[in-house]
Design a protein around this ligand. Sequence first.
Ligand SMILES: [Zn+2]
Length: 268
Amino acid sequence: MEILPSHKIIVRAVIIVLCTLSCIFTGCKKHTGVITEQIQPGIYWIKSSRSNVYVLTDKTLTLIDTGMQGDGEEIIKAIRAIGRKPEEVTQILITHAHIDHTGSLAFLKQATGAQIFAGIREIDYIQGAKKTWRMEREGLGGTLFKLALFFAETFFYSYTPVAVDVPLLGGEVLNCFEGIKVVATPGHSPGSLSYYLPEKKILFTGDALSGAPEVRLPPQAGCADYQEARASVKKLSALRFETCCFGHGEPLKSGADAVVKKLCAALP
Ligand SMILES: [Zn+2]
């Protein structure tokens, strides 16, 4: 039987939905324990159930993202395992409002008392005025992805809204950890942020870039605006960094900016 292009699109869309649902639902209750690794002195990667969380240790602690709902206790255990206390976490920096990055935000806010920093265009989602499954996603695949997220967020997760203490636009320099530059990297979501530590030559991209299974742009169906997402990656490629830490996939520990530049050069 001849497979028409339109059939191929539908098959791909169905695969996207099934993969999303199985991925989300199987991760719902199953937690196999986090993996924690020091990727630079004082900077730790916590591989939680569905995404990456990072801990920056200084006089106080900074968390970048919070994993899925249900990951919070494991993240607290990981903080204790590196010899620090949850109450030392003074700030939580959110890259974007998708539930695999904010699911344990309420739990961790309660456990640490930290201030929450997030992009101004993500605040309505984090604070509960809008559901995150309603965020724009591109194309037919994106529409089906939204449908899958609607079911997940309506029947399997109960996201607890949290007040954002410090709204960010991008361009700010946070007065901690030798200065953290906030870089606006919209596209994957409207208010996605990356966090850049120039002194340490390390970049945290959230989902503006994916590291799974290799360094690449986020999938188009997962993006609110793919053109904008491409422009954001080009913006990141102008920075100098040795290490790149993604929202998903293993961090690249050396020569990361060259890899991102090469990726950008290959973009049409
Ligand atoms: Zn995302």
